[in-house]
Design a protein. Structure first.
Ligand SMILES: Nc1ncnc2c1ncn2[C@@H]1O[C@H](COP(=O)(O)OP(=O)(O)OP(=O)(O)O)[C@@H](O)[C@H]1O
Ligand SMILES: Nc1ncnc2c1ncn2[C@@H]1O[C@H](COP(=O)(O)OP(=O)(O)OP(=O)(O)O)[C@@H](O)[C@H]1O
Ligand SMILES: [Mg+2]
Ligand SMILES: [Mg+2]
Lengths: 481, 344, 329, 333
């Protein structure tokens, strides 16, 4: 276990040979594995399911499962029938009925994840490594997976399981190892370790500011009003409003459609039905520029692909969304640009060698600050934040929280999308919960608890939660808070 | 790229309704079918106007003409599947033709035909291998490498030929171009063999599936333990080899090897591969699609003659060819838009 | 292998005589083909090199666009003009495109002459005339008519040309259409380009024969389209039934002439053409040949007639089964 | 922010080097390689053939390159956005033929020229619509229009040439002002406009952003589709201008002009260091690339009189310079 960016995934990559480690050795049966050699690791029986999608979107489940160690009938020829049979068997064992020929890009996130798990299970492994396998799974799917894992455990397979969900760890693990900032904090038998102790190991200090802000209930002007927003297959009939100075949390499981709603409000994708009003004026659909002009900003979820342009400099990134307004007679004004960049960097205390360095040399937290700064530079009155602290370290997280609060107190209408329930609870004045593309419920600040949010968010209404050991903290929930 | 719809039907195992929708889904999702429909439609229309267009003889002649394109496209498909491109095949073909001619013409090296053929295959394979080396070890974009090679090889070809065409091709060599086996021209055997091998390679071998995988998601492929560079090297080398095969079975059909052999061939083959449904960014594409596109684009020129449109229509030939490509792409785009898929 | 048209093949003494006027100064002559790499032009260059060697005082440059782009030929003329060569002999692939460059060269004192194909009259001093477009067009049609036989030759014919924009071929086609008026029974059904690709010429001819089953003749009017068309006829087994004629060096077409697919090949002696061009260029550059001259002695070719600004090579040759064996170029 | 942690270092760096501005002035590695090759070529030329290097020769020879140079400008910008335009040569032919037909139909040259530019812009815009609005890969779109535009040029002209344009028009291609060729002046004006647009307006940054990461560019509110449409249209316009220059210089308009031009242009742009994957590239590099190709070509023609050699040399140059850049670059792909 460990916080975001603690180095868990990187360690796994070293073990499985897909990243070369600088020092130390990996030994299997007292034999040292060569560095950065995937084949050797596989031969030694190490099988890993990596966190980021290692799927081949154009290929079907059969190929995804067997690529790299295909079943052959004659030399050089695939044994397709046997591969299909085994693939189907595996998927059935995982409780998924899918067309194993269908390209993965046509499957749902959870189904894709199941294919990945099937791939890991298909290998004859002695050490099976799973890196956050349940992040996008429903309770039922998680349950099935756990049954299989216990079975493997009984067969003598060693399991290395990475998760942010304390419940899963307690349900499955014998021992727990905690990493922090790329270092080993310690390994303990699970039985000896209470939850609080475990969390302390991960965070490295007592829980950070839980300060409830002293802001009064927001009763400002309605800044953002969304009515009946729908797009087929993604979300339906989304209606809510956000007032000036209010922080509205939007919670839900991965794949609930929150990102799509935010993107539709901002105009990245056009909604099929419904309207968005900003301060009572209708916002034209599918027009990002119009949204920016009316004071809406979206800090997207995926900063590497949507938020930032990694090879460009910090300055260029900070300018990107405002560059058209920092002009004089249509020409760029270096003076205005410099002022804007300096303001953003100072306001967010971005740590970089200078504004001219490429963003991809920055740490994740600083990248996220640049992403935030880029949007704050447009001087928005409505801020849509999609997972603003994903992959951000504790210190930076606290800064981001403070920033969000201070913006709100200055009158910013904020929609906060987060899978980090404590975060939602700590920041929001009001919490909306989405389930399968629909608004499933609304909770006021005073009545909201993690249990209540989850009851709205889980597909099966949270009933199966206790038996599967699904934690009160869903995907990415930072257990520390 | 996927297995046939029948297999899907059986494997879906669900209600017939679901199977039908799976088949329809595939139909809409694959460029092959747009190309095939256009191909059949064109054959039908022109055939209705002039039935001799559909005569066995004409169909065979058209296939013979398309054979070298199909053969080269079989190789290029794999290169494009890996997200790379090879535009050197035109000049490569020219140089290989000259080499083949010089090696076996009695007034030059006068080697036995089979040795000349073997050496030509070796040369073609080496050119492909060199392209692959520069792309993988040189870490250069393939479009630049092969653009450079396109120019270099055509220069080398001209210097080698030195303005003297090769007119005295030995009978043994001509047989490769004009001869038949069981009443079927040799080049059709070669094209059929190339297509069958390429389809088998793509669908039934680990190598082929790995090429799809590496093109679909190179990082994931590396994590799965595949050597992406080896796959690329293989695809370029295969393309070089198949270009040599295409040269060997098509050039001896004519009595003279001249300096312009292969000119513009590269664009033709690239066009066929992309019209056949391959995605420029890799991962998507099929040998059958490329081959069908070659047949489709091969219809344009004969079509205009068989329609007896007269002299002025001749001048619109290229415009119609361009329109055909746009049509195939548009048809696919429309089918794709209904499914909200990203562009290729 | 001496070409029979080459009269006075031994008289290469002219070279040494002429050197005296140059007083040791070398004459730089550029020979520009339409497209470098064509066997036709290479064999012209063989003759040109022979002439240069005989003349002794000539530095011969043979270069041209290897893709046949007229634009690049014009660029070469400009480069040569800058280098200060004495004479440029141009075979214009496109007289219109080349004219400004040729005129500019003349304005800067370079002697410009055309050979193989004529340019715009004011863009050159002389034209080494082996045949005009009219003559070529007429010769092609007349040969076809003769081969078709009969008092009133009849039947459908088609033309397979180089590209639709090839200036020379288009001039020939115009002349052919003119000449075809003499034979009302011969019907020109279509004109198809082969894009300078032999296999396209082959395919087009195949398709023409299928579309017009009563097709009697095909003109292959570029050195690439001719063998392609002949091969198509031969492979279709229509030798003798569909006649192919066109312009080509005899070596390329020998097999087809011998087996009867092609009855006649129209051309001239290419080596003599190159040879005469260099002699003429040297004479113009050294002032021996001036406007108004009526004859001009060109080495082994002897005295050649000059008509106005045209230096005449001689008649167009028709190669047939009977005489083609005597030529090797 | 209540307690901002001011990063002193960051701020000082901003002031001393003015951040992004310094990026624009230093030559890149690839540009240094090109400069080296260019100087090498010129030194060699100076030794072997001093006449080649005289200003008269250079000015005269420069007339061969202006159309290529002109087309390279929009091509750089297109490749910068990770696009490509293979149809420029064909668009040139189409514009030339339209101009020829219009003049022969009795329109005044000025009107005909405008018409021809309009057609060029339209042809480019059609590419742009396919690329930007329908989001078809530009390689496929322009591969199709590469055939289609030349086909239309052949169709409407029936392969005939049009010539005999007035002197006032041919001045555009053949004339010179103060000893400098008019086409060169046209190129320099276009280059200046493009350079100001790229360096001085938000467009430059937008192009890089689109090339590196189109999604993020869209999230940033950049008008991606409109910019692409603009680029492809301007590429068509440039092809129209190049066509007019060509027609004026050679006094002939025909459907076969500009054949193979697209590959020459792309070669020059890529040689100039513009990344074929988009994002990276500068007009300065493109100018160097064009210059190097031009000088090498002209010198090889001048010195060795072998057109075939030119092909070998230019192709090798392209491969070697990109290889050198790739080997010198520290990062792994
Ligand atoms: N190739 C690399 N170069 C530089 N930094 C890297 C590289 N790979 C990983 N990192 C950094 O190392 C740190 C550890 O990342 P890693 O993905 O292992 O974290 P994690 O513990 O798996 O986090 P999460 O819980 O978010 O999955 C991160 O800060 C990451 O940005
Ligand atoms: N049932 C489903 N079938 C297919 N694809 C799905 C399904 N559910 C979600 N997805 C896809 O999964 C991805 C994640 O969904 P989305 O981003 O809307 O989730 P979210 O609620 O924002 O979650 P988070 O922000 O926590 O990742 C989207 O690309 C969506 O299209
Ligand atoms: Mg991780
Ligand atoms: Mg999301």
């Amino acid at each position: 276990m460990g916080e975001n960016g603690a180095g868990k995934s990187t360690l796994i990559k070293c073990l499985s040979g897909s990243v070369q480690h600088d020092g130390g050795t990996v030994e299997v049966d007292a034999l040292c594995l060569p560095k950065g050699n995937i084949a050797a690791a596989e031969a030694a029986g190490i099988v890993a399911l990596h966190q980021e999608s290692t799927a081949f979107p154009h290929l079907g489940a059969i190929d995804n499962i067997f690529i790299g160690r295909e079943l052959r009938r004659a030399p050089g020829l695939l044994d397709r029938p046997r591969m299909r049979r085994e693939a189907q068997l595996l998927m059935e064992r995982l409780g998924e009925r899918i067309d194993v020929d269908r390209p993965l890009e046509d499957l749902s996130l959870a189904q894709r994840q199941m294919v990945g798990i099937a791939r890991a299970l298909s290998r004859r492994s002695r050490l099976l490594i799973l890196d956050e396998p349940t992040a996008s799974l429903s309770a039922r799917e998680t349950q099935t997976l756990f049954r299989i894992l216990r079975q493997l455990q009984a067969e003598g397979v060693a399991l290395l399981y990475i998760s942010h969900r304390l419940e899963e760890v307690y349900a499955l693990a014998d021992r727990v190892t905690v990493l922090r900032d790329g270092r080993l904090v310690g390994t303990h038998a699970i039985a000896d370790l209470g939850r609080d102790a475990l969390v302390r190991m991960m965070v490295g200090r007592e829980l950070l500011d839980q300060e409830e802000s002293e802001r009064g209930t927001a009763d400002g002007e309605i800044m953002l009003e969304v009515r009946g927003l729908s797009r087929q297959g993604e979300f339906a009939d989304i209606t809510f409003s956000v007032r000036a100075g209010e922080i509205v949390g939007l919670a839900g499981l991965v794949g609930a459609g929150r990102t799509e709603v935010a993107a539709a409000i901002f105009g990245i994708e056009r909604a099929e039905e419904g309207t968005v009003h900003v301060q009572g004026k209708p916002l034209s659909q599918g027009a990002v520029r119009a949204s920016i002009a009316s004071g809406v900003a979206l800090v997207p979820e995926d900063r590497q692909h949507e938020g930032l342009i990694l090879p460009l400099s910090v300055a260029d990134n900070l300018l990107l969304s405002v560059i058209n307004s920092l002009t004089r007679f249509g020409f760029r004004s270096r003076r205005k640009e410099r002022a804007s960049v300096e303001k953003s960097m100072r306001a967010l205390s971005v740590k970089a060698a200078g504004p001219g360095v490429a963003v991809n040399t920055l740490s994740g937290g600083n990248q996220q600050k640049v992403s935030l700064g880029k949007w704050l530079a447009t001087e928005p009155r409505i801020l849509l934040l999609d997972e603003p602290t994903r992959g951000v370290d504790v210190g930076a997280k606290a800064e981001v929280y403070r920033l969000i609060r201070s913006l709100a107190s200055e009158g910013m209408a904020t929609l906060l999308i987060s899978s980090d329930l404590p975060e939602v609870l700590a920041l929001s004045d009001r919490i909306l919960v989405m389930r399968e593309g629909r608004l499933a419920g609304e909770l006021s600040r005073s009545e909201a608890t993690e249990e209540k949010i989850l009851a709205f968010a889980l597909p099966d209404g949270g009933d199966s939660r206790m038996e599967t050991g699904r934690s009160a903290i869903p995907h990415d929930g930072n257990a520390a808070i | 790229m996927n297995d046939s719809a029948t297999e899907a039907t059986s494997s879906a195992g669900g209600t017939p309704n679901r199977a039908v929708s799976t088949v329809l889904h595939r139909l809409a999702s694959q460029r092959e079918y747009a190309v095939l429909a256009l191909l059949i439609g064109t054959l039908g229309v022109v055939g209705a106007f002039n039935p001799s267009f559909l005569s066995g003889g004409n169909l065979r002649d058209m296939l013979v003409q398309d054979a070298p394109i199909v053969i080269a496209a079989c190789g290029l498909t794999f290169v494009v599947l890996l997200g790379e491109i090879d535009i050197s095949i035109g000049s490569s073909m020219g140089l290989l033709a000259t080499a083949l001619g010089l090696l076996c013409s009695p007034s030059h090296s006068a080697l036995p035909v089979w040795i000349a053929v073997a050496l030509t295959l070796l040369l073609g394979t080496s050119i492909g291998f060199l392209n692959g080396l520069m792309v993988t070890f040189g870490r250069m974009p393939s479009i630049i490498v092969t653009l450079g090679m396109l120019t270099v090889l055509s220069g080398v070809n001209l210097l080698l030929m030195n303005g003297k065409w090769i007119t005295d091709l030995p009978q043994g060599l001509r047989y490769l171009g004009v001869g038949t086996l069981l009443h079927v021209p040799i080049c059709l055997w070669a094209a059929a063999a190339a297509v069958i091998c390429a389809v088998l390679l793509a669908r039934e071998t680990p190598l082929g599936r790995r090429i799809y995988a590496a093109g679909s998601n190179p990082d994931a492929a590396r994590m799965a333990g595949l050597s992406v560079w080896k796959l690329k090297l293989f695809a370029f080398t295969l393309t070089g080899f198949l270009t040599a095969v295409a040269t060997i079975v098509s050039v001896p059909r004519l009595s003279v090897i001249e300096s312009g052999v292969g000119q513009g061939f590269e664009l033709l083959v690239v066009t066929c591969v992309v019209v056949g449904g391959a995605s420029i960014s890799g991962g998507r594409g099929s040998v059958i699609g490329s081959a069908l596109a070659a047949l489709l684009l091969g219809l344009v020129r004969p079509m205009l003659i068989f329609l007896r449109l007269g002299v002025s229509a001749t001048y619109w030939e290229r415009a119609i060819e361009g329109a055909f490509i746009l049509l195939a792409v548009l048809a696919d785009h429309l089918a794709r838009r209904t499914r909200k898929e990203p562009h290729r | 292998t001496r070409p029979p048209t080459g009269s006075a093949s031994g008289s290469n003494s002219g070279g040494s005589v002429q050197i005296s006027s140059g007083a040791g100064r070398r004459v730089k002559i550029c020979l520009l083909p339409k497209k470098k790499g064509l066997a036709y032009f290479s064999s012209c260059n063989d003759g040109a090199e022979q002439a240069a060697k005989e003349l002794g005082d000539v530095d011969l440059i043979y270069d041209g666009p290897s893709d046949g782009a007229p634009e690049k030929a014009a660029s070469l003329i400009e480069t040569w003009t800058l280098k200060g060569v004495d004479a440029i002999a141009v075979s214009p692939n496109d007289p219109g495109v080349l004219a400004p460059a040729m005129k500019a060269a003349r304005a800067k004192g370079v002697n410009v002459l055309t050979w193989d194909a004529d340019g715009q009259p004011d863009s050159r001093a002389f034209f080494v005339n082996q045949a005009t477009s009219q003559q070529i067009g007429a010769a092609l049609v007349d040969t076809m008519a003769k081969d078709l036989g009969g008092a009133q030759p009849s039947g459908k014919v088609a033309i397979v040309t180089a590209t639709l924009t090839a200036a020379n071929q288009n001039e020939w086609i115009a002349a052919m259409k003119e000449e075809l008026k003499k034979y009302p029974q011969i019907e020109l059904v279509t004109i198809k380009p082969c894009n300078e690709d032999q296999s396209v010429a082959f395919q087009v001819t195949q398709d023409l024969m299928k579309t017009y089953p009563d097709l009697r003749g095909v003109f292959g009017i570029s050195s690439v389209s001719f063998p392609g068309a002949a091969e198509a006829v031969k492979q279709a087994g229509k030798t003798g039934q569909v006649l192919v004629t066109g312009l080509s060096t005899p070596n390329n077409m020998k097999p087809y002439v011998m087996d009867g697919t092609v009855k006649s090949v129209v051309l001239w002696n290419t080596q003599d053409l190159g040879y005469l061009t260099i002699y003429a260029a040297e004479a113009i550059a050294t002032g021996k040949l001036k406007a108004g001259a009526t004859t001009f002695t060109a080495g082994r070719l002897g005295a050649k007639k000059v008509q106005g600004d045209n230096i005449l090579l001689g008649d167009i040759l028709i190669f047939t089964k009977d005489n083609i064996g005597k030529y090797d170029f | 922010m209540t307690t901002p942690i001011i990063d002193a270092e960051a701020v000082t760096v901003t002031k001393s080097r003015s951040g992004w501005a310094h990026r624009l002035t230093l030559p890149t590695r690839q540009e240094c390689v090109l400069l080296g090759l260019l100087i090498g070529t010129l030194l060699l030329a100076g030794r072997l053939s001093p006449d080649f290097l005289t200003s008269r020769s250079q000015l005269e020879l420069s007339t061969h390159v202006w159309e290529l140079a002109l087309l390279a400008i929009p091509m750089t910008l297109i490749i910068l956005t990770a696009g490509i335009d293979l149809s420029v040569g064909s668009t040139m032919a189409l514009c030339a033929v339209v101009f020829g037909i219009a003049v022969h139909a009795g329109l005044p040259p000025l009107v005909a020229a405008l018409l021809s530019l309009l057609v060029g812009g339209g042809a480019g815009a059609l590419n742009g619509i396919f690329v930007a609005k329908l989001r078809v890969h530009p390689l496929i779109v322009t591969l199709a229009t590469l055939a289609a535009y030349r086909g239309i040029a052949e169709g409407i002209s029936l392969g005939r040439p049009f010539s005999g344009f007035s002197d006032s028009f041919t001045f555009l291609g053949q004339g010179s002002i103060l000893g400098f060729p008019v086409p060169g002046i046209v190129f320099l004006i276009v280059l200046a406009v493009a350079a100001v647009m790229i360096g001085g307006t938000p467009l430059g940054l937008s192009l890089s952003a689109i090339g590196f990461n189109e999604t993020a560019a869209r999230y940033s509110g950049l008008a991606v589709a409109r910019i692409k449409l603009l680029l492809y249209t301007s590429s068509g316009l440039a092809a129209g201008m190049a066509a007019l220059l060509f027609v004026a210089r050679r006094n002939t308009a025909k459907a076969d002009i500009g054949t193979g031009m697209e590959l020459d242009v792309i070669t020059a742009v890529v040689l100039g260091g513009t990344s074929i994957f988009g994002g990276r590239g500068r007009l300065f590099g493109t100018v160097l690339g064009v210059l190097l190709i031009h000088e090498v070509r002209e010198f090889v023609s001048w010195q060795w009189n072998r057109d075939e050699l030119n092909l070998v040399v230019v192709g090798t140059l392209l491969i070697l310079s990109v290889l050198a850049d790739s080997l010198l670059s520290p990062k792994k792909r």
